[in-house]
Ligand binder design. Structure first.
Ligand SMILES: [Zn+2]
Length: 220
């Protein structure tokens, strides 16, 4: 574990800002466990870093109640950083067409006008161009990582990998709530927390995927 410099914090937090949504375009402040956090949220993850007052934030308080509040006790399970990385490394790379963001809506798939949202007609709401693409090497989306009964695509798991590479924790603690909930909370050290949303796998499609399991519970 190392202490993040302000530059590390800024590099990391901006990776998680959602360029398409106004309040979360910039980092925000969030109060949790009696502490103030620097927070950013994209569509799949929420990152919290210890707030040290030297990164400019939006004055906006997100409602993350459903992720962080629990009326039940929770437990924490220790995970090995190398197991988390190894699972990602097992997913093979493939080459495929990666389509550019739609020029009309800048990838959003919709427009806001006077408080109303309209679907983009150019891309029919997909946010992607139908003809402008590059051939890219990407992780195979037919592989899923399974942790604690939930599934994660390589894209979502990559959010965790990016944080691990900068925070460098010795161990990761997985927050387990007694009641069923979707999000999985990873405590990377006292100053960094990542909330990851799993991927919903339709039962009938499960056999289409290769599943990689993360071992649960390692010796501390
Ligand atoms: Zn569009």
């Amino acid at each position: 574990m190392n202490t993040l410099t302000t530059n590390d914090q800024a590099d990391l937090i901006y990776l998680f800002c959602d360029k398409y949504h106004y309040p979360t375009k910039s980092p925000i402040r969030y109060s949790w466990r009696g502490k103030m956090w620097l927070c950013a949220s994209n569509q799949n993850s929420i990152l919290l870093l210890e707030y040290r007052y030297d990164i400019v934030v939006h004055d906006y308080t997100p409602d993350f109640t459903k992720f962080f509040m629990s009326k039940y006790e929770h437990t924490e399970i220790l995970l090995s950083v190398s197991d988390l990385q190894a699972a990602y490394d097992l997913i093979p790379l493939i080459t495929k067409r990666v389509y550019a963001d739609c020029y009309s809506c800048d990838g959003r798939g919709r427009f806001d006008h006077r408080g109303h949202e309209y679907g983009c007609q150019s891309c029919k709401g997909s946010g992607k161009s139908d003809h402008d693409y590059t051939i890219s090497t990407v992780k195979d989306e037919d592989y899923l990582i399974r942790l604690d009964g939930k599934y994660f695509t390589a894209t979502r798991w990559n959010d965790l990998i990016k944080v691990l590479q900068i925070v460098k924790p010795d161990r990761v603690r997985l927050h387990q709530f007694q009641e069923e909930r979707e999000a999985r909370i990873f405590l990377l050290d006292d100053d960094a927390v990542l909330v990851l949303m799993p991927y919903h796998v339709n039962e009938s499609l499960k056999s289409k995927f290769q599943i990689i399991d993360i071992p649960m519970g390692v010796q501390s």
